[in-house]
Design a protein around this ligand. Structure first.
Ligand SMILES: [Zn+2]
Length: 266
């Protein structure tokens, strides 16, 4: 997937993603990229197809069909579809979903409440009454695997299936540095202190608009004491004692694998 300026989109070689009511429209789940622009009525706040990205040599556009229009398509949940896709297809659908959700939630100016309009050249929703412009929101989040003498520290979130353990994660707070957020989340969720943070990479996560920043960290001090709010269990795991882990494409799983490799070398 190549993200480029809306004004650099080519006029030929286009494909279209149709969305409606926060869902993706397709005849079958695997065929969600359409060759033609939809003739169906679009939502009032996005009257023209919106350029999403270049993908496989073609420019991909998003059209949001008006809410109550009957269509010949099935509605598919984007998150379920993404679980079946891989690599750049996943990135493309994630970006389209994130843009469509954001636009839907910003039809009106957040400052004065008048109807907002998409900017001609970028992704801002602009209010002509008060000149305020809002841009698609990203929410930085940290995700971290802690390594220690007893293995890697993983936790079970109350929302996870039983038996699933993963990296610790949480949103960066307003006014907080990313590094401080890593220390705070680990302290809050499992009660331990960490040291030697190492940034490993990032992953966009479109539900709803997270940018996951991955870290490895080393155990410094303290005993595991879970918060019992988000996290109800946490433990140290070795390669021989692994629980059910998150999906391979996730940054959480990549961190688990990196953490285990680090333990192995130590
Ligand atoms: Zn306004």
């Amino acid at each position: 997937m190549l993200i480029k300026s809306r004004t650099d989109a080519k006029s030929s070689s286009r494909r279209y993603i149709y969305a409606q009511n926060g869902h993706i429209l397709a005849h079958e789940q695997a065929h969600w990229l359409h060759a033609q622009a939809s003739p169906l009525p679009l939502v009032a706040w996005l009257k023209q197809p919106l350029f999403v990205a270049e993908w496989a040599g073609e420019d991909i556009y998003l059209q949001i069909i008006a809410d109550h229009v009957a269509t010949p398509f099935e509605q598919y949940h984007g998150r379920a579809m993404m679980a079946l896709l891989s690599g750049s297809e996943n990135d493309l659908l994630g970006r389209a979903l994130q843009l469509s959700h954001w636009l839907r939630d910003h039809q009106y100016c957040g400052r004065c409440g008048q109807a907002a309009k998409l900017h001609n050249a970028d992704y801002g929703m602009h209010c002509h009454a008060c000149q305020h412009t809002q841009y698609p929101r990203l929410s930085p989040s940290i995700i971290v695997v802690v390594t220690g003498p007893e293995g890697i520290l993983l936790a079970h979130n109350r929302r996870f299936p039983s038996g699933r353990f993963s990296a610790l994660a949480g949103f960066v707070e307003a006014g907080e540095s990313v590094e401080a957020a890593v220390h705070r989340e680990v302290r809050e969720e499992v009660g331990i202190a960490i040291k030697n943070l190492q940034y490993t990479g990032s992953q966009s996560w479109s539900f709803p608009h997270s940018l996951m920043l991955g870290f490895l960290a080393e155990y410094k001090s303290g005993e595991i004491c879970v918060d019992q709010v988000e996290i109800d269990k946490a433990a140290w795991f070795t390669p021989d004692s692994l629980p059910d882990l998150p999906a391979r494409f996730s940054i959480a799983r990549q961190l688990v694998d990196m953490g285990l490799a680090k333990c192995h070398m130590a």
